[in-house]
Design a protein around this ligand. Structure first.
Ligand SMILES: *[C@@H]1O[C@H](CO)[C@@H](O)[C@H](O)[C@H]1NC(C)=O
Ligand SMILES: *[C@@H]1O[C@H](CO)[C@@H](O)[C@H](O)[C@H]1NC(C)=O
Ligand SMILES: *[C@@H]1O[C@H](CO)[C@@H](O)[C@H](O)[C@H]1NC(C)=O
Length: 346
């Protein structure tokens, strides 16, 4: 129920991009969502996992097996600039939060006399912030063993039982004003601030470009040479081939900028080298540059630098060669036998 599938993510991303391009639109909403999963009785998975999504794109993941992953460049920058914040975050994720959520889950299983077996508590909390109106809408929902269970009503500061069996738990949770208060502070104050900080960093990220690694690729000796850049950020870049330092357009094919899974981008520009004389190769180079930033990556057209996915004969596995040689020998033998038999017959 709380799982966000790839297609929705992609859809949301498209919608978000549309928002970016239509600045006239009166409401620009951004979202900050935590997906928390706590399990008991499941082997091979961490007992506690949390995924943070901003505008429906995963920016961070952490679990009780002490795995801490930052998925977006913007988030990396925020954490690098604020080591104290990073330390607290890691501590919360490895120690504090797993304990809190494990306790809640234990209390629930005990309350329902379900000790033992497999149980899952899922919590989705976060906020939406409207950039134009400044309005913040928070939410917190819980699921237990795959069923909607409880949500927090931020107006009345009471829990809402989402299923008749949870009315008893609601009364117990309602009495815990401290927990409700903590949740409210996170949802209506801490998360919106983090969201705004993230968006601000993202906006100014063009000041902090991440350079790509660039390589030259070629399928066969007669194919175009592909200048391939990957791992760069942001995506406002130019890439082109030069001859004697001048940009060329003839025999050049530009690829599109494509997103990588880690939030960086990749791109390629192909050069058809069929009319380039071998002695002229050194006059060509491939240039990668960020728009408006003086940081170029220049790669010379050099045979020694080209990577290919062709398998040269010398790299054929020995076993294959063995089989081929064996077949040839067999053929020679059969032919020999045939000639000998024919000669004998005559
Ligand atoms: C759990 O078991 C106790 C004692 O057997 C019983 O009194 C209680 O009603 C049970 N709780 C639930 C939610 O069924
Ligand atoms: C990001 O930049 C856009 C365009 O410059 C601006 O309209 C928007 O308010 C900025 N957002 C934040 C959160 O700084
Ligand atoms: C490269 O250019 C040659 C002629 O200049 C042309 O025949 C060939 O089709 C081109 N190759 C590609 C992949 O465009």
């Amino acid at each position: 129920m709380f799982r966000s599938t790839e297609p929705t993510q992609i859809k949301m991303k498209t919608i978000y991009l549309l928002f970016l391009f239509c600045h006239v639109s009166s409401s620009v909403k951004h979202s900050y969502k935590n997906f928390v999963t706590t399990t008991t009785g499941v082997s091979n998975t961490p007992e506690f996992m949390i995924t943070l999504m901003i505008n429906d794109i995963e920016v961070g993941y952490c679990d009780s097996n002490k795995k801490f992953e930052v998925k977006r460049e913007t988030m990396k920058n925020i954490l690098e600039d604020d080591p104290q914040f990073l330390k607290e975050h890691v501590h919360d994720c490895f120690e504090k939060l797993p304990n809190i959520y494990k306790n809640i889950l234990n209390t629930l299983t005990k309350y329902w006399n379900q000790s033992g077996g497999v149980h899952v508590l899922q919590i989705q909390n976060g906020c939406e912030w409207d950039e134009n109106t400044g309005e913040v809408v928070g939410f917190l929902q819980c699921g237990y063993d795959g069923e909607d269970f409880m949500s927090l009503d931020l107006k009345t500061m009471n829990w809402i039982a989402l299923n008749p069996q949870t009315v008893g738990t609601k009364q117990i949770w309602d009495a815990d004003k401290f927990a409700i208060n903590e949740a409210e502070i996170s949802i209506t104050y801490i998360y919106p601030e983090l969201l705004k900080k993230y968006l601000k960093y993202e906006n100014s990220s063009s000041l902090r470009p991440v350079l790509p690694s660039v390589s030259l690729l070629q399928k066969t000796p007669s194919s175009p040479v592909s200048c391939h850049a990957t791992g760069f950020y942001p995506d406002r870049v130019d890439m082109f081939w030069r001859k004697d330092g001048e940009e060329i357009h003839e025999d050049v094919d530009h690829g599109e900028i494509l997103p990588n899974h880690d939030g960086t981008f990749q791109m390629r520009v192909d050069l058809n080298i069929s009319s380039v004389k071998p002695e002229d190769w050194s006059r060509y180079d491939c240039v990668f540059q960020f728009s408006g930033v003086k940081k170029d990556v220049i790669t010379k057209l050099d045979k020694a630098e080209i990577r290919t996915n062709r398998v040269p004969p010398s790299e054929f596995p020995a076993a294959v060669i063995g089989v081929v040689v064996g077949l040839l020998l067999l053929l020679v033998c059969i032919t020999g036998l045939f000639i000998w038999w024919k000669k004998k017959k005559n």
